[in-house]
Design a protein around this ligand. Structure first.
Ligand code: ADP
Ligand code: MG
Length: 288
């Protein structure tokens, strides 16, 4: 049976825009020793801007952007949204065939009879494209047309102001094991982690790698507390489900993520986790 005080705690949390799906999770929040954050959309705004377009070979800049925008037009990924915003023209859906979103990699689709690939180095490698690896401060999206490398687009994201508050707050609560996961490249990942004071970073992870990483972190942990994973729900429902406590952020996150999570933060502020932990600690004092 659930002690009555837990209902008060859950109610208090909901007034703060934090939905806790049961007394056991509220109790678990007392005992957190590890917090793993997903990067994109969680610690960063997930609002990417196109900062560079570089065409290669016979294609021109506007064609390159057009292919990328068409390929991305069915995707909900923040990268897709930024490319579509930059393109800013009508998309004629009939031109798009064989659309395939490869989670953690990018898009493969046929646009007006040409096979278009838009994504990261993993996508280029699995499709055996000869491309040039670009080192940019930002996420590099490579494009290939009929198996020929056609250029790249650089996209950059910003750290949320609230993220720093979240990391500092966790440390002040005595939670020092803070980790960041991302599918993005090492360059971007390390720079963001450094700015936020996160010392453990795992980059270039596919969604399934994130599940394995959570499992190995839980196995190797020397302390007995709970592991929290905080994600925005894009591609990370399996990790949300696997963590001791899965926290989905942003009320606009996918239904699958809300379903898979144990706690939902209605806003896009990672520091709400601090409120949740504080409420859990207060509730514990009342219950026992
Ligand atoms: P994160 O782990 O940072 O939340 P994701 O797992 O959503 O990132 O994506 C990891 C990487 O996969 C992105 O940084 C990008 O390189 C590539 N990617 C994923 N979806 C797309 C897409 N729709 N278009 C282009 N690239 C994509
Ligand atoms: Mg993500």
């Amino acid at each position: 049976s659930i002690p009555l005080g837990f209902f008060g705690g859950i109610g208090g949390a909901s007034k703060n825009g934090i939905l806790i799906k049961g007394g056991n999770y509220l109790e678990g929040l007392n005992d957190v020793d590890t917090v793993v954050f997903d990067k994109t959309g969680t610690l960063t705004k997930g609002v990417f801007k196109v900062v560079e377009i570089r065409e290669k070979g016979s294609i021109n800049k506007s064609e390159l952007l057009e292919y990328a925008a068409y390929a991305e037009s069915y995707s909900n990924h923040p990268i897709a949204k930024s490319i579509l915003k930059k393109y800013d023209k009508e998309i004629i859906k009939e031109y798009i065939k064989n659309y395939n979103e490869i989670s953690g990699c990018g898009i493969k689709a046929t646009i007006r009879g040409k096979e278009i690939l838009v994504g990261n180095d993993k996508l280029m490698e699995r499709e055996k494209i000869r491309y040039e690896k670009i080192n940019a401060f930002g996420t590099v999206v490579y494009i290939a047309v009929d198996k020929q490398y056609a250029g790249y687009i650089v996209i950059s994201d910003e750290i949320k102001k609230d993220s720093e508050r979240a990391i500092k707050g966790l440390k002040s609560l005595g939670i020092n094991n803070i980790v960041m996961f991302t599918g993005d490249n090492k360059n971007v990942a390390n720079k963001i982690a450094e700015k936020l004071g996160i010392d453990k970073v795992y980059s270039e992870l596919l969604p399934q790698d994130k599940v394995e990483k959570i499992e190995s972190l839980e196995r190797e942990k020397k302390t007995k507390g709970k592991l929290v994973f905080v994600g925005d729900g894009i591609n990370d429902a399996p990790v949300l489900a696997r963590a001791d406590i899965g926290v989905a952020m942003g009320a606009l996150g996918s239904d699958a993520a809300i379903e898979a999570s144990d706690v939902v933060i209605m806003t896009d502020e990672p520091s709400k986790l601090i409120n949740a932990i504080k409420i859990a600690r207060r509730t514990k004092k009342i219950v026992w």
